[in-house]
Structure formats: structure tokens, C-alpha cells
Design a protein around this ligand. Structure first.
Ligand code: ATP
Ligand code: MG
Length: 203
């Protein structure tokens, strides 16, 4: 019998990666019997959004540091190395090509990110490429999610996770305001942030 690899894909800006991300990935690994979860930090946004995003290389390295101790976690440079805008469909296709043999893809997101994805041009195309695992996330209106998301879609599953009200924006603000971030992010990520003086500026 041919072995099918069940591959979880966790995309994000990871500016910085925090324990909410890690708990979500670990829970998906467990609940959906995945073989591996690959973290995919986004490339540098080609359009400047409402804030300055840290250089991709910093975000990539913090993701590596945070996931290094878990044998089922890996990090992909696909989006970091790609020029121009990145689309989830391209990333999923490339990940599938990189792995020899049969791969079943599981796209892991928080409920907030899932709502965003549904506003994309071709959500159906992405749903063809991967199963969707939408994790509950504190602060996001789950009632709205249930109403707007096609949770009845056979390719979408809602996953309850131990709630961690942690966000990268709050961590950046805490660093800027001199508040502690210890225990919100892995120790190595905290050390990295201090070493490179990240999130100190006005932005
Ligand atoms: P920011 O505050 O800058 O938006 P973030 O904390 O939302 O950062 P992202 O890199 O934007 O982190 O998120 C990557 C993915 O992880 C998204 O799918 C997001 O929904 C999910 N996620 C982030 N934080 C949590 C959390 N505490 N619990 C569950 N899922 C989370
Ligand atoms: Mg976010």
C-alpha cells in the first residue's frame, strides 16, 4: 500500500512567531493525525500595508528557532525566496511538487485568517488543493465565522484549541512599551528580538 503523507501547512507573517502559533500547529498535528507541519513565513509584502513588516529573513529565522526542537515541525523558504506577490495556491502546488509521492495537504489557519481567505478571488480553487483547518482564536467572533465560513463544506473543519489570547501585534506593542513577552514567545525568539533590537522603532 502506498503511504500518503499528511502534511499540515501553517502560513503566517510570524512577526514574531508566538506560542499561539505553536499550540495551533501541535493541536492540528494531533487532531488530524498529520505526519508533519511545515511553517511558511510570508515573503516581504510588495505593497506597504498599514505597518512596516520586519525583514523576511528575521521572521524566517525566528520561525526556525521556535520550531527547531519539534521533530514534526519544519520551515519552508518558498514564500521568503519568491519574488513578487505570493498566492496560497502557488505555495500549495509547490509544496506538493517538492514532496515525492502522495501528499494530502491541510491548510491550518486561525478563524480570522480563514475569513480573509474566503474573501479571496478563488477560494474554491484553494479548497481543491487542501483541506482547511480553522482554529478558534480568542477575540474573533466565532458566531460571525460560523455564519460566513462554509463550515459545512466537506473540505473545511473547525478545530477547538486551548485558547491563547496571544497575537504578534500585541507582542510588538509590548516590546515597544517595555512590557515583558517572556512565556508568550519561545525563549529563543525573545533572545532574538533583543539581539536584533526588533520592534523598538516607532512603527
Ligand atoms: P498579527 O497580530 O501581526 O496579525 P498574528 O498573531 O495574527 O499576528 P499571524 O502571523 O498573522 O500572527 O498568524 C498566522 C496564523 O496563525 C493565522 O492563521 C492566525 O489566524 C493564526 N494565529 C495567530 N495567533 C493565534 C492564536 N493565538 N491562536 C490561534 N491561531 C492563531
Ligand atoms: Mg494576524
Amino acid at each position: 500500500m502506498r503511504k500518503v503523507t499528511r502534511l499540515g501547512v501553517m502560513g503566517g507573517t510570524f512577526d514574531p512567531l508566538h506560542h499561539g502559533h505553536l499550540v495551533t500547529a501541535e493541536e492540528a498535528l494531533w487532531q488530524f493525525h498529520l505526519d508533519e507541519v511545515v511553517f511558511v513565513p510570508t515573503g516581504q509584502p510588495w505593497m506597504k500595508a498599514d505597518r512596516e513588516v520586519s525583514p523576511a529573513e528575521h521572521r524566517y529565522l525566528m520561525t526556525v528557532i521556535a520550531t527547531a526542537s519539534n521533530p514534526h515541525f519544519s520551515v519552508s523558504r518558498i514564500e521568503v525566496d519568491r519574488e513578487g506577490p505570493t498566492y496560497a495556491v502557488d505555495t500549495l502546488r509547490e509544496l506538493r511538487q517538492q514532496r515525492a509521492g502522495d501528499v494530502e495537504l491541510f491548510f491550518i489557519t486561525g478563524a480570522d485568517a480563514m475569513l480573509e481567505i474566503l474573501q479571496w478571488k478563488d477560494p474554491e480553487e484553494v479548497l481543491e488543493q487542501a483541506h482547511f483547518i480553522a482554529a478558534t482564536r480568542p477575540g474573533y467572533d466565532i458566531a460571525r465565522f460560523e455564519k460566513e465560513a462554509p463550515t459545512s463544506h466537506p473540505r473545511v473543519s473547525v478545530m477547538d484549541i486551548p485558547a491563547l489570547a496571544i497575537s504578534s501585534s500585541d507582542i510588538r506593542r509590548r516590546v515597544r512599551d517595555g512590557e515583558p513577552i517572556r512565556y508568550l514567545v519561545p525563549e529563543g525568539v525573545n533572545t532574538y528580538i533583543r539581539k536584533f533590537h526588533l520592534y523598538r522603532g516607532g512603527g
